[in-house]
Design a protein around this ligand. Structure first.
Ligand code: ATP
Ligand code: MG
Length: 105
């Protein structure tokens, strides 16, 4: 499985960010607090539907925003593309929606 791109909206300190991963190996670099670990947390969230550090899911949402969203495009071992997305809100007990579907048959 290869992550090709990810888009974050109101996730942690990322108001809106789109990243494309065009090489097999990607390094994140930036100042302390820039949001590197938050990016890894977003990827982890899509994989496991939970954070590796926040007990309270509301902490994933940017400041006082109502919701956060993460979506990503990845290819599987057969090189078929899929998208996956998660919506995180403060209002519901299980505020998680994840959908995966094939783009190409
Ligand atoms: N819900 C939130 N809303 C807005 N900002 C947030 C939220 N949660 C965390 N942050 C901000 O995210 C920043 C931390 O991001 P992160 O831990 O990803 O940084 P980092 O680039 O990994 O830094 P370091 O190099 O120190 O590991 C802090 O500035 C923190 O205030
Ligand atoms: Mg970090």
């Amino acid at each position: 499985m290869i992550l090709k791109s990810i888009e974050l909206t109101h996730f942690r300190n990322h108001l809106h960010r789109q990243l494309k991963f065009e090489n097999m190996c990607t390094f994140f670099h930036g100042k302390n607090g820039a949001g590197k670990t938050n990016l890894l947390e977003a990827i982890y969230f899509l994989a496991y539907a939970k954070s590796f550090r926040a007990g309270n899911i509301a902490k994933l949402i940017y400041n006082n925003a109502e919701s956060a969203a993460i979506s990503a495009l990845f290819t599987d071992d057969m090189d078929i593309e899929h998208t996956i997305s998660a919506s995180i809100t403060k209002k519901k007990v299980f505020p998680l929606i994840i959908k995966t579907w094939r783009i190409h048959p």
